[in-house]
Every structure is written in C-alpha cells, then in structure tokens.
Design a protein around this ligand. Sequence first.
Ligand code: PMP
Length: 356
Amino acid sequence: MITKTLFDLNSLLRPNIKQLVPYSSARDEFKGKEGIFLDANENSFGSPLSENYNRYPDPLQLGLKEKIGKVKGLPTENIFLGNGSDEAIDILFRAFCIPGKDKVIICPPTYGMYEVSANINDVEVKKVNLLPESFQLNSDKIIEAIDNKTKLIFVCCPNNPTGNGVKWLDIKLILESFKGIVILDEAYINFASYRSLIPELLNYPNLVILQTFSKAWGLAGLRIGMAFASQQIIDVFNKIKPPYNINALSQQKAIAALSNIEQVNVWIKTIVAERELLIKKLGLLSCVIKVYPSEANFVLVKVTDANELYTYLSRQQLVVRNRSKVELCEGCLRITIGTKEENEKLITAIKQYADQ
Ligand code: PMP
C-alpha cells in the first residue's frame, strides 16, 4: 500500500518542474489590499462596458474556491481550478511526464483527451481496455502494465462513453499498487447513484480527483474544471498554470451559480429520471440491440446499423455522437439526455426509422 510516508511526490516530478521558479504576478503580492494599482500595466480608466473588467482577476480564485470548498467539504488548499478539466489533465502531463520517456496508462473506451493530451506532450500511452460489455476495469492487467516509467493512470468514473461506474475495489487495488498518480475523473459524478471518492483523498496521497462545472452545473461555456488533491499536488498545479487561467467573468458567474445549488439539484433529479425513461423507451425499439446501464447524463446504445441511424437522425437535426468506430463500442451511438420534449422527439424519430 502506498501510504503517506511511502509516497514521494518529488521523485515523480519532472526535474524542470521541481526547479521551476514560478511566474509571480503583480496581484499575487498585493492580494486584497486597497491602493492605487500602477503595477500591472492595466487600463486605469475602466472598461468600455457597464461593468469593469480592467483589472486582472485573482490568480488563485480564492473567493470561488471557498464556495466550492463548502460544497465539497475541502479546504481551498486542496482545490485547483482550470480552464475546464482539460487544463488539469494537460498540467498533469507537464508536471509528471518527461516527453519521449515516461508513460501513462488509460483504459479505453474512455474520454479522448487523456490520449490527445499524452500525444501533445509526446508521452507514451499504454492502453488496458475495459472488460467487454461490463466495461469494468481490468485491474490485474493494469497492474501488470505498470513499469518504472509509468507516471499516471487515468480512471474515468462514471466512464465516458460507456456511462457505467467502475468498482471501488478495482480503483483501490490500483491506488494501493502504484507509486505514481491515479487520476479519477468524476466529471459525471452528480448523475451517479454512488458518492464521490473525495473523502478517500485523506487515505491516498497519490489520488487526484477531477470534476467540472460543464455537466450537472450547466456551465460548460464558462470553462471551469476542478482538481482535488493533497496540498502538495495542488501546489504543483498552481506553480505550472498560466497566472490568470480563470477569467474574472467566469469566476463571478460560478460564484453566483453556487448560490443556486437547489436548481442544479432539481435538474440532476430530472435528468436521472429522464435517463431511466429514455433507457426504457429505447429498449422497446426494434433497431436497438442493447441499451447499456448509465450513471451519467448520457446513454450508450447498440443499434442494428449505427452509421445509418446516425445519418437518419442528423438529417432531422438530431445530433448524437457516433461511437461505432471506437473499440468495444462497435455499433453504438452515445446519446445525451435532453429535455423531456427533446427526448420525445428523439424517440419518435428512431421509431420512424425502425418502422420504415
Ligand atoms: N472528463 C470527462 C470524462 C469528460 O467527458 C469531459 C468532457 N466531455 C471532460 C472531462 C472535460 O470537461 P471540461 O469541460 O471541464 O474540460
């Protein structure tokens, strides 16, 4: 087991990051103080808008982190905010993986950015597929695939595009067998029947949990992703990130949204209910071979001819995601849960396709 004393973050870090002197922004030094600010070359007169955005935003987004911390039960020191969770994924590669030398493990079919980010950073990807049909982790194979160049293992739960949750026992086994960092991507956690593994951060110093404002929170346009981890790891994120990676408007809007958590909770309940209804209705259609169970705000559906149905729906301006070329998802479409009316339109269209 990788206990706190055995975990050595320093030995995982890229040497250039260990030695890096981070950029110190003007606002870092005079945070929260009153004064005449002539230190950051801003426009001192204001903005040509009804609200002023002439000042750089808080580089550490403390106001927003305090609000998030209350919801998640975490101190601000354990929270990193990125320009979407995609930024957090990219920072993990830049912090821990030496290009052309280190490796990561991913478990396809899964979220595409892990591999894209690895490729951008010239980091080798070892793929250990999920088990067919159940889409559970093949934890024995994952552990076998680890070598002394493996720095990161990505686990997505609930997984995109399959929609299922993976077993805690498998995640635990990986956490306890690996000296590197395990990233648990909980982008869709709010739609799941189980709880976030945030409390496990106290037990596993090598765990990083990703969440986002893009899904249940309905704020994909603001681009705010969250990473939760030990202070030691969050400090590394902060050292690497661009100084003002979350703009002032996004920070303000997210703070306002956090005061309206009741609305989000109502939507989550509605989306989950609509998901179950959609699964039931899809299951009755003759062109549907299988609807996979889902813990997310989408469903993966195996159909008789995915390309044909995809094209049929597109012609009616019903846009779903064709995953039929993805290994283990052959013949599948991924469908996001829409509003009641949108889901009804979708079902009507698929029925028409099946009956023609
Ligand atoms: N993780 C998963 C599993 C996702 O599906 C997505 C987006 N589709 C992301 C992360 C990225 O989210 P963000 O908008 O926060 O960059």
